[in-house]
Design a protein around this ligand. Structure first.
Ligand code: IMP
Ligand code: MG
Length: 179
């Protein structure tokens, strides 16, 4: 995969360190309350696995799959549920775990959808936030990294389903898009 990458934006060590900080904050905020982590497939698999293991607070995990992007690098604006939760979230404290917030369209739709199910609370934790996300009215409680507006891959993030298994976050060389 070496030739396909342009630069590394966040290293494996930086991700690990940031998880410890986020987990400590989540532990403190949810002390004495139940916690259900809801990972958004497929991108949030890595964040969920690593963040959950840094938590001391007992929690449950569930998953949703939604589609908002095609194989390309721009949002279609259309959100569809591909896999719904197995859990009834009524009166539960839900923490959505995301890989990246770009336009924020997917998450604002998801938050609205989950709120309509009567949870005690819904908060958001994202590993990466891009600047565009500031334009959307979205209250993001936990942010790993604020990164510039570039298309990124690795640590769960894909381009046409590839590069998810890179342990770091980076950008792709232009020839990959042009191919
Ligand atoms: P949003 O609706 O624009 O906030 O983005 C929704 C989804 O698009 C994210 O959950 C990702 O799956 C995907 N996405 C957005 N930006 C990137 C990126 O830079 N690289 C890879 N996937 C991305
Ligand atoms: Mg995602």
């Amino acid at each position: 995969m070496g030739d396909d990458l342009e630069k590394i934006l966040v290293t494996e060590e930086q991700i690990k360190d940031r998880h410890r900080d986020l987990a400590a904050a989540i532990d403190a905020d949810y002390a004495g309350r139940d916690l259900l982590l809801v990972g958004v497939l497929k991108g949030a698999v890595m964040v969920m696995a690593d963040l959950a293991r840094e938590l001391h607070h007992p929690c449950e995990m569930d998953w949703m799959a939604v589609s908002s992007y095609g194989a390309g690098t721009t949002s279609s604006g259309v959100v569809r549920i591909l896999k719904d939760l197995d859990t009834d979230i009524k009166d539960r404290n839900v923490l959505i775990v995301e890989d990246v917030i770009d336009s924020g369209l997917t998450l604002s739709w998801l938050v609205g959808n989950l709120r309509s199910r009567g949870p005690a609370s819904v908060e958001i934790c994202t590993m990466v936030r891009k600047p565009v996300a500031f334009n959307v009215d979205l209250d993001v409680r936990y942010v790993g990294f604020d990164l510039p507006n570039e298309f990124i891959v690795g640590y769960g993030l894909d381009y046409a389903e590839k590069y998810r298994n890179l342990p770091f976050i980076g950008t792709l060389a232009p020839h990959v898009y042009q191919a």
